[in-house]
Design a protein around this ligand. Structure first.
Ligand code: ZN
Length: 187
């Protein structure tokens, strides 16, 4: 397993029993993995560790938000992260196997590196669909993806005029405005 070392726990000096560690995840993590999926973020990580002779048992929570590209308007979109999971760290000279739930490290190691675990946990907790809340997308961007004919625009405008009746909200009005501007520019 690649050691990146941004978030590590020096466990050698710890007594058997429970210990708590806090980490602040920021853009450094996403830069380190060169991910295009996540542009940045800000999360609090808490690791509750139970040390025994033969292993370390960790319960890890990650809370905060990361910035992804909105699937709908392609602008930056904050996505809430709320993760909880368990990781067991065992010791062996034979293997450095790691599967996301169990990590084997050498008995000679002084630290356990949680960087990859934290990164993967954030990526796995991303929702399938990453979009702004309803009405938060950039209207100009939305309009620029929409091919619309003169006729359709007139229909929309007519609808907008009756908007008090049909309930076209301010957000949809702003999308319509952006569409009109775009048609003007394209003439
Ligand atoms: Zn959006």
């Amino acid at each position: 397993m690649e050691q990146i070392g941004l978030y590590t726990i020096a466990f050698k000096g710890l007594k058997n029993g429970e210990h708590t560690f806090d980490f602040q995840v920021d853009n450094k993590l996403f830069d380190a993995f060169e991910t295009e999926e996540i542009k940045g973020g800000d999360c609090n990580v808490r690791a509750n560790l139970v040390r025994s002779e033969s292993m370390l048992e960790l319960n890890i929570t990650i809370e905060g938000e990361v910035i992804c590209e909105c699937d709908r308007c392609l602008e930056d979109c904050p996505i809430a992260i709320d993760y909880e999971g368990d990781l067991v760290v065992k010791f062996s000279d034979e293997t450095d196997y790691y599967d996301g739930d169990v990590m084997w490290i050498s008995p000679a190691d002084d630290v356990v590196d949680l960087t990859q675990y934290i990164y993967e946990s954030i990526v796995l907790s991303l929702p399938y669909s990453r979009v702004h809340e309803e009405g938060e997308c950039n209207p100009e961007m939305l309009a620029s993806f929409t091919e619309i004919s003169e006729e359709e625009l007139e229909k929309l405008e007519a609808q907008a005029e009756e908007s008090d009746v049909v309930g076209l909200d301010d957000y949809n009005k702003s999308v319509l405005e952006a569409l009109k501007d775009q048609m003007e520019r394209n003439k």
